[in-house]
Design a protein around this ligand. Structure first.
Ligand code: OGA
Ligand code: MN
Length: 300
């Protein structure tokens, strides 16, 4: 299936215009033919709809710089910063304080970015905020020769994959998304002395396990990150067991796809309907990405 915009606002037939090309049946699409220098309201509607329909879109073969990335993000909504404290203050962009550099590159012995090396476990961005982001826009400036692919999982499909008894069991249940530890289980700055032995005691907001997407109206499984998750009202052991089961269905390979980056690619994903992860890659190879996130709304 591919959709072509063939009518202009007056219903006149036009040629060209953006097109969406699904990458898999499950998740992901390329958008071709966007004229980024002359974006129209119709292009923006098309772009938003493609993200809603395919959960993740890729802009490949365009020339996108920080200005253009931020411009696209702002057409969708308000940009927001990360709420977590970092080991050191970065000064990535005077122009765009919300821009985050994700990189393992060191300059003068100092790392220039965050989430430097290694695998990243499945997660959805900033679910540990009261008001998590809607979209993330991640653009590749340097990529390693091998590894460092980013995987995406469709969380509508994850919900549909649950056996009926499990789907029934989680109706109305709420998950605490701890904010003290990262997805790898490492304590964040300021929480080094907090033991994660009792996950029910970790700080963080509570969101429904099944959330309704405010734009599509569809229900999706909303897991955030596995480490430190706690389902309210259950014994910790019971919560752990139920979470393990949900995570199994949440990351079924048939509901996922992995992006192999090329320099210049920009991935735009919907944090309300997806999770993502990253493959390991050789630590000595340079990887540099720029990310912005768009503020969403409180999950319900
Ligand atoms: C992120 C993220 C994965 C990657 O930017 O939120 O998880 O592949 N990045 O760098
Ligand atoms: Mn992420």
């Amino acid at each position: 299936m591919s959709t072509t915009l063939e009518l202009d606002d007056q219903g006149t037939r036009t040629t060209g215009g953006p097109q969406v090309h699904p990458i898999t049946d499950t998740i992901g699409a390329d958008i071709t033919g966007l004229d980024l220098e002359n974006l129209t309201p119709r292009d923006i509607r098309f772009f938003r709809q493609a993200v809603l329909d395919h959960c993740v879109v890729r802009l490949r073969g365009y020339s996108i710089d920080d200005d253009k990335q931020v411009e696209l993000g702002r057409y969708i909504g308000a940009l927001t910063g990360s709420s977590v404290r970092r080991d050191k203050e970065f000064d990535w962009s005077k122009k765009y304080p919300e821009l985050v550099v994700i990189s393992n590159i060191k300059e003068n012995g100092e790392t220039i970015g965050v989430l430097e090396n290694g695998e990243l476990n499945w997660h959805t961005d900033l679910a540990f905020d009261e008001v998590p982001p809607s979209l993330s826009l991640l653009r590749a400036l340097e990529v390693p020769e091998s590894g460092g692919n980013t995987g995406f999982a469709n969380m509508y499909k994850a919900l549909e994959s649950l056996p009926p008894r499990l789907r029934q069991r989680i109706t109305g249940l709420r998950l605490k998304h701890q904010r003290s530890h990262d997805a790898q289980g490492r304590p964040r700055v300021g929480f080094e002395h907090l033991s994660a032995d009792d996950v029910s005691a970790l700080p963080g907001p509570v969101h429904p396990l099944v959330r309704t997407h405010p734009d599509s109206g569809r229900e999706a499984l909303y897991l955030g990150r596995r480490f430190g998750g706690y389902i309210m009202g259950l014994d910790v052991a019971e919560s752990e067991e139920l979470l393990d089961e949900l995570w199994h269905y949440g990351t079924l390979p048939e509901n996922t796809w992995h992006q192999e980056w090329q320099v210049g690619d920009m991935m735009v994903w919907d944090n309300r309907s997806t999770m993502h992860r990253r493959d390991n890659f050789p630590a000595e190879q340079r990887r540099r990405m720029h990310r912005i996130v768009v503020l969403g709304s409180k999950p319900y």
